[in-house]
Design a protein around this ligand. Structure first.
Ligand SMILES: *Cc1c(COP(=O)(O)O)cnc(C)c1O
Length: 235
């Protein structure tokens, strides 16, 4: 297997250091989910040697193409919009569906999970800035949605995921992270039956410092670690 490049090692060390210092002892540093979408398997396999065990992919087709060659070496998180008719293809391949954001999808995940005799861990994707094109339910609908999913025996909600708007570093963006953590804490305190509030997935290459500062438990980092995505694979 290829060795990870020195450049990759340096980027990773830098990101891990920054996550650690930004969380500042107030929160544990978030877990790093390395977003490998558009990157070929040959680039992904060396990540094992850097103790990266969890990767994020956003397309069902791409997961299907890569999973045999990845040979179970990584846990795969589904982080992209999921079409209902494609749930069946990934129900056995991913460790966590981070993009659960509507009831018809919940019902299909539940149905496929029961069929495969498993309970699928999911995060409910929230849209903190109300950007429907990015997926995610409105914050105002979150509570009711959780109550609706909680009884489904094939789904276990493990927490929340958010995709933030591309604002660039600014107070408004930082406030959205703060706000998400506050919602997460409030829901955790409420302890809804059938819902675990353990994971808060937020923060990407451009804003993971804010995420770490405001209590993300996972950040999803692609380009800051692996470099820019190839133009042949726009996302
Ligand atoms: C692509 C993607 C990421 C990672 O984006 P980078 O800016 O490359 O770190 C994180 N989350 C989701 C949902 C994505 O689609």
């Amino acid at each position: 297997m290829e060795q990870p490049s020195e450049e990759l090692k340096e980027r990773l060390a830098h990101i891990r250091f920054e996550l650690q210092s930004a969380s500042g002892g107030k929160y544990p540093p978030p877990r790093l989910i390395c977003v490998t979408k558009t990157h070929p398997v040959e680039e992904i396999l060396p990540l094992q040697q850097l103790s990266i065990r969890e990767i994020g992919e956003n397309r069902v087709q791409e997961i299907r193409e890569k999973e045999d060659s990845l040979d179970g070496k990584f846990k795969i998180h589904l982080i992209g919009r999921l079409q209902t008719n494609k749930v069946k293809y990934i129900i056995n391949s991913v460790c966590l569906i981070q993009s659960l954001d509507r009831m018809d999808l919940a019902l299909e995940i539940n149905r496929q999970a029961l069929k495969h005799n498993l309970v699928m861990p999911c995060l409910v994707q929230v849209s903190p800035a109300g950007e429907p094109q990015k997926g995610g339910i409105a914050v105002s609908e979150l509570h009711d949605f959780l109550l609706q999913i909680a009884p489904l025996p094939g789904i276990r909600v493990k927490g929340l995921m958010a995709v933030m708007p591309n604002l660039g570093p600014c107070e408004e963006l930082e406030n959205l992270f703060k706000f998400m953590r506050a919602r997460f804490d409030a829901l955790r305190d409420e302890a809804l039956p059938g819902i675990d509030m353990e994971e808060l997935s937020m923060g990407m290459s451009g804003d993971y410092l804010y995420a770490a500062r405001h209590g993300a438990t996972m950040v999803r980092i692609g380009s800051a670690l692996l470099g820019p995505r190839s133009a042949a694979h726009p996302v």
